[in-house]
Ligand binder design. Sequence first.
Ligand code: ATP
Ligand code: MG
Length: 625
Amino acid sequence: MTTAEIRTAYLDFFVKNGHKVIPRARIVPDNDPTTLFTGSGMQPLMPYLLGEKHPAGTRVTDTQTVFRADDIDEIGDNRHTTFFEMLGNWSFGDYFKKEQIPWFWEFLTEIVKLDPKKLYVTCYSGDEKLEIPKDTESAEIWKKLFEAKGIEVQEADMKTEVEGYKIGMKDGQRIFYYRDKNWWSRVGEPDNMPAGEPGGPDTEVFFDTGAEHNKNYGEHCHPNCDCGRWIEVGNSVFMQYIKNDKGGFDELPNKNVDFGGGLERIASASIGGHDMFKIDLLWPIIEKLQEMSGKKYEDHVEAKRIIADHLRAAVFMAGDGVTPSNKTQGYILRRLLRRAIRQGHELGIEDGLFRVVAPMVMDMYREPFPEVAKDEKIVISVLEKEEKLFRQTLRKGLREFEKIIKKGLDGKTIFTLFDTYGFPPELSVEEAKKRSIGVPENWQKDYEAELEKQRERSRTAAAGMFKGGLAEHSKQTIKYHTATHLMYKALRLVLGDHVEQRGSNITSERLRFDFNHPQKMTDEEIKKVENIVNEQIDKDLTVTWKEMPTKEGLATGARGHFGEKYGDTVKVYIMGPEDNPYTMELCGGPHVEHTGILGEDGKHFKIIKEESSAAGIRRIKAVLG
Ligand code: ATP
Ligand code: MG
C-alpha cells in the first residue's frame, strides 16, 4: 500500500467504527503559547481528554502532522524523522480496551496486512508500592488475538529496560511488561503526579524487522531495545486512573483512549521495516539527492537521511506559516535548513536544494493538506532566499576558516566554526591536521561545554513551554484570543474582504496575527482598526457559541481558516446579537463571555507593530494596555 492508501484506509476504518474525522492542528499551535510545536496527536485534544465536550462527539480520528525538535539528534537512524504524521483515534469517555486493541490489531493485520508473527506488544507491569495493578486486562485481549492467528503467547516481566537488556527474550514470548515505559500522564511517572491528575497504562506494538542485535545497546535484545531491530508502530494510552489526595489511584468514572501511530512507521513495516526512508514520502527525496550529488545512498546513509528529513520538515513548516528567524519556531526552521544545506555541501550539492526539493514536498501534501501548498510560490522563494544567504555565509566561512585555523584551534573556536558557519567539528579537526596545525587533546570537552551553553539558550527560547502542550488558558490569553477575532473583522472592514488569517500566536503579553495584504497599512488604517475594536469593547458584546454540522456552520457565513478542512461538526463563535452579529467564526475557543472584559481596568486595544512577515503577508502585534 502507498502511504496515501494507508492514511485513507485508517481514517475509513475508524469512521466505519463510529468515529468522526477531525482536521489536523497546524504544526505551530494556534493560540497556545505553552508549546512551540504540535508534537503529538494528543496535544491539541488535551482539553477534551480533560473533560471539555468535543463538538464532534465522543469518538474522533485524524492524521496529525507533528514536529519533534527533541528527536533532531536521533535523525540518521532507520526509524526517526523530526516531522511525521501521527494517525490517531480517541474515545472521550466512550469505548475502552476491549474495542481499541482489537481494532488496532485488525487494522495492522487485516488491512495493512502486516505479518502477525512479526508483531510484539508491551503492557504496563503495575506498581506494587503505589498499588497500581498490572494491566492484565490488555494482555488478555492481546493473548486471544494472537492465539486466534495460531501464535503462541508467553509473557515476560521486564519492568525496566535495564532488566530487559540483562535477561533478553525467549522463544514464544509475545507480551512484555514494563513499568515506566508503559505509563502515561502529563507529568510522567505516577510518583510525580499531583492529586487530581489523570493517568494510566499504555500498550505499545512493535514490529520485528529481524535485524541482528547490536550489542553496543546492551547485552541482550528485547522489544524496547534501541538497536534498530524493533520499530514501535503504535501506542494506545488508557486514561484509567486519577490520583487522589492520599497519593493513591482511583478509577476514573469516564475513561478515555488516546491512540497514536506513526504513518511512516506503519508504511515502513509494510515493506520490511529496515529503513523508513524507503517509503514513498521520503525515498523520492533521497533519489533526488543521489542524482544531485552523484553519490549513492548506501555510501552516505546517515547524511542523506538527515538532509531528506530536514528538507521535508522545513518545507512543511514553512508551508504551515513559519519563516526563518533567530527566535522560537523560526530558529528551529533555520537550524534545520542550515544543517541540510551544510550536509548537502559536504556531498557536493552546491546549489538549488530547495528549488528542486521543495516542489516535490509540496506535491506530496497537496492532496491531504491543501492549505500547506496554498502559498507555494511565496514559501519556496522564502526558502530559496534563506538558502542563498546561508551559502554566502558558508563561503565566507571557508575563507574565515583559513584565517582562524592559522592561529590554532581549540574547543571554543571549533564550536564557533560550527555554530556560525556550520562546520562539523570533525571536519575542522581534520582540516587542521592536514595543515599540521595543533589541536589540543581535550578539545572535545571545551566544545561540549559550549554546545551545552547553546542548548541551554535554545531551551530558554522554549522556556515555559510544556512538552505535552498543557493548554494553558490563562485569563489574559483568553482575552487576547477574543481581541484577535475583533481585530480580524475590523481588518476586513478597513482593508477589504481579501484579508484572510495566515497565522496567529498569542502569549499573555500580546497577540500576533498574520494576514494577506499587498502593502503596508497606513497610520490612518491602523487608527481605524483600533477604533473599531475599542468600540466593540465599549459596546460590551455578548460572546456565545453554537455547535452545528459543518455544512450548516459554513452556510451561516461564519469565517473559517483559509484553506482548512473541517470535520463533520464545528463550533461557531458569535460576538454580538445573534440576528446581527459583529463577527462569526469557526473556532474551538475559549473566549471571554462578553467583550467588555477586554476593557477592564481602563485598558484599550492598541496595535504596537505592523510589519511584513513574508511576501504579501503582513504581521500585526497588538496589546490591551
Ligand atoms: P520511539 O520510542 O520510537 O521514539 P515514542 O515513544 O517517542 O517512539 P510516541 O510518543 O508514543 O513514540 O508516538 C506515537 C507513535 O508515533 C509511535 O508509536 C511511532 O509509531 C511514531 N513516532 C514517534 N516518534 C517518531 C519519529 N521521530 N519519527 C516517526 N515516527 C515516530
Ligand atoms: Mg521518541
